[in-house]
Design a protein. Structure first.
Length: 174
């Protein structure tokens, strides 16, 4: 897995693209003959979602939900709030949650409980980034882009005080 060293994270556009192609192929293999339903967790996962769905060569459907983020703070408050719910039902569907980053695991744990209660046929998680050293709740990640060390990262959909989501790479440098 990806480790940059020296307390910094720098993942290039090319590294992200290559990893997402590999994830797309893995997902295609696992869901062959099925029609997965991808659920994008807004806002941070919107670019990852857009690239990931185009890397999955299968018929699929998708939807979006939004949860409260850290606001402009860099640490979690520990409370998650559903800001925007899904538009489509997921009962009986092969649901794949698409998250930008799993940090403490609190957000993903909340989402897994929320969606599991709606009785999907299966429920899995694709996350672009994971910071395992920060985990407070163990959560499953079936498809992971990069494991990173504990640094605040931004770019490629992830914000720094709402800015820098449009950077084509991921960085932790000021
Ligand atoms: P968790 O609930 O796992 O602690 O945090 C998940 C959410 O926190 C992510 O979906 C993301 O919105 C935000 N987050 C966690 N770490 C980072 C980070 O390093 N950079 C940014 N921009 N957001 C983060």
């Amino acid at each position: 897995m990806f480790r940059s060293g020296a307390g910094r994270v720098q993942i290039s556009q090319e590294q992200i693209a290559a990893r997402i192609q590999a994830l797309g192929q893995e997902i295609k293999r696992d869901y062959e003959g099925q029609e997965p339903h991808l659920v994008c967790v807004l806002n941070g996962a919107f670019i990852f979602m857009a690239d990931l769905v185009r890397a999955i060569d299968l018929p699929l459907t998708l939807d979006f939900l939004a949860v409260s983020s850290y606001g402009n703070a860099e640490k979690t408050s520990g409370e998650v709030e559903l800001i925007k719910d899904l538009r489509l039902p997921i009962a009986g569907r092969q649901v794949l949650i698409v998250e930008d980053i799993v940090d403490t695991g609190i957000t993903l744990n909340y989402l897994l409980r929320l969606l599991e209660a709606r009785q999907p046929a299966s429920l899995r998680v694709a996350a672009l980034l994971s910071k395992p050293s920060r985990r407070q709740i163990e959560v499953p990640i079936h498809y992971l882009g990069f494991e990173i060390e504990d640094a605040f990262v931004y770019g490629y959909g992830l914000d720094r005080a709402q800015r820098d989501r449009n950077l084509p790479f991921i960085t932790s440098q000021a």
